[in-house]
Structures are given as structure tokens and as C-alpha cells.
Design a protein around this ligand. Structure first.
Ligand code: PEP
Ligand code: MN
Length: 359
């Protein structure tokens, strides 16, 4: 049984203003030096970014990589607040991190994907944040498990946190895909439809893993009606100590947000209709993407079956097996309100292509 969430709207967090979408959090993957922080923040402030992110403690795959600058970086964030009037945000993964953030006046914290997959850590962080008013964003866990993500939100909510939101950063996969992490947008759509009051940020940087895909992923997030974007930006991405390939200069981020991203927001009843249609179309696009993916997977398996039949000298077409599959699909379709003729057309077409692929 999941519980009801009582959430403070994003506009009342004291750092975002909606509309227009997207609310943006931007800044480097990691705080590396005082110069890098101040230079990046200056570039972002110049075009109106008000919430600055920087990783202080970095969860790296291998030991010995740059694991974050630690507490000294929090002093640089204090300078960003003081000199540019920006709000500052960082990732917390333990009680100790939370206490340091409170001590140094960090305005927003987020739980990283590896942390939100760990209920012990989430509970420890929730307890440490219990008496504060700090907004908290929860990244999806690395593995595609909606309940684990919701469970993390429940722990924070039970600790009294009401300025609560999520960040979609995609899911680990062993499949070869063009992005660093699999978007699996259907998880966000499901979360949104169950808890429409929870603000959703998209992190196109960790989804993409490469600058080349930031625009299409940010666009998809806007088309799905998500409220915000968290984007990694570095004054000199080529020299970044972490996530170098996915970071944008502040100037390139400005170009993406101001010239490339198309954001349709509802204002009149007529555009409310268009907004609804656009969001529904974006959902259809996600389903279509998934269909293609599943068809390709099916075809791949089918080719393997073909190879095995060849090796064992067995005929390609096994009509009794296919009649049985089709009958099952018609029955399952009926349970979901799908017309029998429609199922026959679709599955016969799939079958025909499969037989061809086995020849
Ligand atoms: C980050 O935001 O820099 C980060 C480490 O992200 P994630 O937890 O999504 O991997
Ligand atoms: Mn990063």
C-alpha cells in the first residue's frame, strides 16, 4: 500500500518560478576548483539560471577516480550564493553529508541513483533531514524498480519532508543502446499518473552520457509535461574530472534552452487542449519506441530459433505451434478489449516476417 503524498508546490520552494517551464538546475558534475565553480556559476547566472548544482561527494565506479572535493567545495558554493544570489544544490549519500550541507547553507539536496536504491541509506538521510525545510529531489534508483523509487519518497515524506520531487536519470542496462542509461519513459509516466502532485525533473545529462543527445532528451521531457531539467554544465567540459562527454558550456546550455527547446505551455483553454494532445502524443511516441524495441528483440530471438532449426534439420514452419500462439494472443487481446481481427492481422504480419527471417 503506497501512501498519499502531501507536497508543497514547486513555486513555493523559494527557488523556482513556474511557468515558464522548464525550471532549471544547472552546474558541473563535480566541484573541482574554486575558479571552475565561480566561472561556471557566472556563465549560468548571466542568462537567468538561479539554481546551481555541483557534486561535492562523487559515487565513482572505480576507486582512485576523482571522488569529489568534499567539504572545501561547500565553501565555494557559499561564495556562489553570496556573490551571484543563486541557490545551491548538491548530492547527499549519508547522514554526514546532510549535516555538512545544513552547516554550510545548501539550499536543495538530491539523492543519487545509487543511494535511492538503498533503503538503509535513504532512511538515514531522511532521519538526518527530518527537522529541516530543505527541498529534496530523489533520483530514480539505478535499476528499473518503481516501487523502490516510491519507497524512497515515502521514507522522506514520513520524515516530514514536503518539498519533495524526483529526478529521472534513466536506468542501467546491459543492452547496447545509444544512451548511457535507458530512459524507460513509461516509469516516469506511471509515477506521474499515480502522483501528479510530485514535481518531476529530467536529467538529460546522465540519461544521454553524451552532449549529442541532450536536446532530444530534454525535448521529450518537455513534451511529456515534466516541470524541470537538471543539466550538467562546466566552464571547460573537455577538462572536467568527471562526466566530461556529457557536460555543456553555459553558452551551449543557453543555446539549447533558448533556441532549440520547444516548450508548449497551456494558457488559454484552447492551448490547454493542445497541451493535452501534445502530452498524449508524447506518450504514444514512448509506446511506439517500446514496440519497435520489442519487435527487434522478438526478431532477434526468432533468428536464433531459425539457426537452431537449421542445425537440427527441422522445417521452419510449424503450423500447429503457430495456431496455438495465435489463439492465445486472441484470448489475451480479448481480455484487454482488443478486437480479434486486429490481433490476427498484427500477429500474422509478425509471424510472416519471422518465418522470412528464418529462411
Ligand atoms: C550526478 O548527478 O552527478 C550523479 C552522480 O548522478 P546519478 O546519481 O544520476 O548517477
Ligand atoms: Mn555526473
Amino acid at each position: 500500500m503506497t501512501e498519499k503524498f502531501d507536497i508543497v508546490p514547486l513555486n513555493e520552494w523559494g527557488m523556482f518560478s513556474l511557468p515558464p517551464r522548464p525550471c532549471v538546475i544547472a552546474g558541473p558534475c563535480s566541484a573541482e576548483s574554486e575558479d571552475q565553480i565561480m566561472q561556471t556559476a557566472a556563465g549560468l547566472k548571466e542568462f537567468g539560471i538561479n539554481v546551481f548544482r555541483a557534486g561535492i561527494w562523487k559515487p565513482r565506479t572505480h576507486p582512485g577516480c576523482f571522488e569529489g572535493i568534499g567539504v572545501p567545495g561547500l565553501k565555494w558554493l557559499q561564495r556562489v550564493k553570496k556573490e551571484y544570489g543563486m541557490k545551491v544544490a548538491t548530492e547527499v549519500a549519508s547522514e554526514k553529508h546532510v549535516f555538512e550541507c545544513i552547516k554550510h547553507g545548501v539550499d536543495l539536496v538530491w539523492l543519487g541513483a545509487r543511494t535511492s536504491a538503498n533503503p538503509f541509506l535513504v532512511q538515514e538521510i531522511a532521519d538526518a533531514l527530518a527537522d529541516t525545510d530543505i527541498p529534496v529531489l530523489v533520483k530514480n534508483p539505478v535499476n528499473p524498480d518503481l516501487d523502490l523509487w516510491i519507497g524512497a519518497l515515502e521514507r522522506l515524506h514520513r520524515a516530514g519532508i514536503r518539498k519533495l520531487g524526483v529526478i529521472h536519470r534513466g536506468f542501467s542496462t546491459s543492452e547496447k543502446i545509444k544512451y548511457r542509461n535507458d530512459p524507460l519513459w513509461q516509469y516516469v509516466i506511471e509515477l506521474r499518473s499515480r502522483f501528479p502532485q510530485i514535481p518531476v525533473f529530467c536529467d538529460p545529462s546522465h540519461l544521454a552520457g553524451s552532449r549529442a543527445y541532450l536536446q532530444e532528451l530534454s525535448q521529450r521531457a518537455m513534451d511529456l509535461g515534466l516541470e524541470g531539467l537538471m543539466v550538467e554544465s562546466h566552464c571547460d567540459p573537455a577538462c572536467a574530472l568527471s562526466d566530461s562527454k556529457q557536460q555543456l558550456t553555459p553558452a551551449d546550455l543557453k543555446d539549447l534552452l533558448e533556441n532549440k527547446l520547444i516548450v508548449r505551455d497551456a494558457d488559454t483553454s484552447d492551448s490547454a487542449y493542445r497541451e493535452t494532445i501534445n502530452q498524449l502524443r508524447a506518450k504514444i511516441d514512448v509506446v511506439d519506441d517500446n514496440l519497435i524495441h520489442l519487435l527487434a528483440q522478438r526478431m532477434e530471438i526468432s533468428r536464433k530459433i531459425g539457426q537452431s532449426k537449421r542445425e537440427n534439420n527441422i522445417a521452419i514452419l510449424q503450423t500447429s505451434r503457430w495456431d496455438q500462439v495465435l489463439a492465445e494472443m486472441i484470448e489475451k487481446g480479448r481480455e484487454h478489449g482488443l478486437d480479434e481481427d486486429f490481433i490476427k492481422v498484427v500477429f500474422n504480419a509478425i509471424h510472416e516476417a519471422s518465418v522470412k527471417a528464418q529462411e
